[in-house]
Design a protein around this ligand. Structure first.
Ligand code: G3P
Length: 217
């Protein structure tokens, strides 16, 4: 499973890409607002950090303006992926952009039917929001399993991009459920490697090695 970082914070992204464990980035209007940065400038900066996919979301809700915005965003860099809301206008734009071989990420997905329609519209990625479904009392991970099953049965090539990730467990379960990608907030990405027993075991190894009085170099 590929890992994207879900942020427009370029300092966090720089650190994440330096690990060599991250394949791309997703942003959305809320993350852009949180960055306090000019949208096109920050997307261009992120696209310079990686050859991987960088999702940039249209702001419009009508087809015509979505398409105009998509053309502006696609011009920023070859690795820009156009993020579109899961609405009829969004899926119409998805079909038009896909026919021009512009990569798309259909977002705000909360049901199997929505994911199915996005695949029929030729979406490159579908972004089911696990955490927000959990917030309503549903089990968001069930949707990942269902989408994977439907896509496999019918041979859709749309990649499942697990989003609205709130914990390390979400990342692990999304990988087990067959998501192609998980887009992860920086803090949760950093937590992936952490375990108290690793810290405790390493401290013990260091202490015992020091007792030997030896040096490898
Ligand atoms: O990529 C979607 C993500 O940013 C939404 O996360 O935690 O606001 O549901 P959250």
């Amino acid at each position: 499973m590929n890992i994207f970082i879900d942020t427009a914070d370029t300092s966090e992204l720089e650190k994440a890409f330096e690990t060599g464990l991250v394949e791309g980035c997703t942003t959305n209007p809320s993350l852009i607002a949180a960055s306090g940065r000019d949208f096109k400038e920050v997307i261009a900066e992120i696209c310079d950090m990686t050859d991987g996919p960088v999702s940039a979301e249209v702001a419009a809700t009508d087809y015509e303006t979505m398409m105009a915005e998509a053309m502006v965003l696609a011009e920023i860099a070859d690795n820009v992926v156009i993020k579109l809301p899961l609405t009829m206008d969004g899926l119409k734009a998805c079909q038009a952009l896909s026919s021009e071989e512009i990569q798309t990420n259909v977002t705000l997905c909360f049901s199997l039917a929505q994911a199915w329609m996005a695949a029929k519209a030729g979406a490159t990625y579908i972004s089911p929001f696990i955490g927000r479904l959990d917030d309503t009392g549903e089990n968001g991970m069930d949707l990942i399993h269902d989408i994977r099953a439907l896509y496999d049965v019918h041979g859709y090539e749309t990649e499942i991009l697990a989003a609205s990730i709130r914990s390390v467990d979400h990342v692990e379960q999304a990988a087990l459920a067959g998501a192609h990608v998980a887009t992860i907030p920086p803090k949760i990405f950093n937590d992936l490697l952490k375990h108290p027993l690793t810290d405790k075991g390493l401290a013990a190894f260091v202490a015992d090695w020091e007792k030997t009085g030896q040096s490898i170099l």
